[in-house]
Ligand binder design. Structure first.
Ligand SMILES: Cc1cc2nc3c(=O)[nH]c(=O)nc-3n(C[C@H](O)[C@H](O)[C@H](O)COP(=O)(O)OP(=O)(O)OC[C@H]3O[C@@H](n4cnc5c(N)ncnc54)[C@H](O)[C@@H]3O)c2cc1C
Length: 406
């Protein structure tokens, strides 16, 4: 077994180009993007996207035939981690959630005509999309509880229900909507079906954009009232909604981790920079053991995060089962991200609590990472189940710890 995470000179050159684009083109417009409103913000973003497209940094996660860069997952980890050094990087390169996960889903599950109609414009950057699964009334952690229901009326499906926290819904041209269609499935996981919904649409009613701890950020609450869809709008087969969601979440969770690593690294860079310049009790903070422990713990966690993400990406690239590695990476990186930003705020003192640095904003954003796309405890439950199964099957837990040669 050999694992080689070194890149070819071409990929190193790509890394430099993405790095330079983020520093020289995106970062100088961040303040303008933060302060701009409505269409002005969109115009700036579109202008940045055009420049990125021209520079050949576009859709790093998609195959060439869809206008993408045809990268493997290890290579993608490098591009995503470079891109996410700016909050807007993934948006500019058209590899942001939830569009990025929806593109994978459409590529795998859509019919040819659905691909031309929905995937093509999404890849071209002409549309946005959303993914509508979570409901306020039931635990999002258990999709077998979904209550939004569809029944068949001739060639149409009639859908009623309630969704919330649907990111991007207010600007999306279409949604992938998860609906309960089967009354009595053989397996509880086979009750749901996915549909494509053109937006806006009769019966798709936005109640509000939910105010969150980091402001009102485009996560919508939606009431579905006699929404009628032609049967050709079904994505995948009847009862395959859960499978489709799981398929979508694997690479999408890992892509989140790739972007979180960039944020964690930024927080650690800031922690060290501040500790080198702040003076107290006879020396700079960097010379205090208490501060060094925070730096060391963060460094070790970031190192572990990178290895876990690269290894999970390597397994995806090799076509090996990656569920467990992605689960462990998602849990570990999400928690490391929160801890590292928290330590960086601690080292910055009052400045870290202010909005004069990006840390406060990063902290507010990071909190959702521990429960969205699989809460910590759900991942822990699955990891434990796999570890126990490995022991029962092989008399050893080794297979559950990455299948590594030691
Ligand atoms: C910023 C943001 C964006 C989002 N975007 C989208 C989106 O675009 N589309 C979409 O469909 N959803 C979206 N969501 C929703 C997200 O996917 C859900 O929050 C997530 O699936 C958890 O579901 P829930 O909130 O209903 O929590 P619940 O399922 O109610 O869980 C609450 C807590 O209970 C605990 N818990 C639950 N089950 C178990 C268990 N079996 N064992 C132990 N503990 C358990 C966990 O601690 C968990 O955090 C978004 C959420 C946020 C915050």
């Amino acid at each position: 077994m050999s694992i080689d995470f070194s890149f070819t000179p071409e990929l190193e050159e790509l890394r430099d180009r993405v790095h330079a684009f983020v520093d020289e083109v995106i970062r100088p417009t961040e303040v303008e993007l933060e302060e701009a409103e409505g269409s002005q913000r969109l115009d700036t973003l579109i202008s940045l996207r055009k420049q990125a497209h021209k520079a050949g940094i576009w859709l790093p996660h998609m195959p060439e035939e869809w206008g993408g860069m045809d990268l493997g997952h290890v290579e993608l980890a490098m591009v995503q981690a470079e891109a996410a050094r700016s909050y807007y990087g993934p948006w500019v390169f058209n590899c942001q959630a939830p569009d990025e996960g929806n593109m994978h889903t459409l590529l795998h599950w859509a019919t040819d005509s659905q691909k031309e109609r929905y995937l093509r414009p999404l890849c071209d950057g002409r549309t946005w999309s959303c993914f509508a699964m979570t409901e306020p009334e039931v635990a999002g952690s258990d999709p077998t509880l979904i209550r939004t229901t569809g029944y068949q009326d001739g060639e149409e499906w009639v859908i009623n229900g309630h969704k919330w926290f649907i990111s991007n819904a207010h600007r999306a041209s279409f949604a992938i909507l998860i609906v309960r269609t089967e009354d009595d499935p053989d397996l509880p996981q086979a009750a749901n079906t996915a549909f494509l919904v053109d937006l806006p649409h009769d019966g798709w009613n936005e109640v509000r954009q939910i105010e969150t701890m980091h402001g009102s950020t485009g996560h919508s609450e939606i009431l579905l009232e006699d929404l009628r869809l032609h049967e050709s709008q079904m994505l995948g087969g009847r009862g395959q909604g859960h499978l489709l969601g799981q398929y979508r979440l694997g690479p999408a969770r890992l892509a989140h981790c790739m972007r979180w690593i960039a944020q964690a690294e930024m927080a650690l860079d800031m922690m060290v920079a501040r500790s080198l310049e702040r003076f107290s009790h006879g020396s700079v903070l960097a010379e205090k053991q208490g501060i060094q422990w925070m730096i060391a713990d963060s460094t070790m966690e970031l190192y572990q995060s990178k290895l876990m993400v690269l290894h999970a990406a390597y397994k995806i690239d090799r076509g090996e089962d990656f569920k467990s590695e992605v689960s462990m990476a998602k849990h570990f990186v999400a928690n490391s991200l929160n801890r590292i930003i928290d330590r960086s705020i601690q080292v910055h003192g009052a400045l870290g609590y202010s909005t004069d640095t990006p840390l406060a904003h990063m902290y507010q954003h990071a909190r959702w990472a521990r429960f969205a796309d699989g809460a910590d405890e759900i991942h822990q439950m699955r990891i434990a189940q796999r570890t126990i199964a490995a022991y029962k099957d092989h008399g050893s837990t080794a297979a559950a710890t990455g299948g590594l040669p030691i």
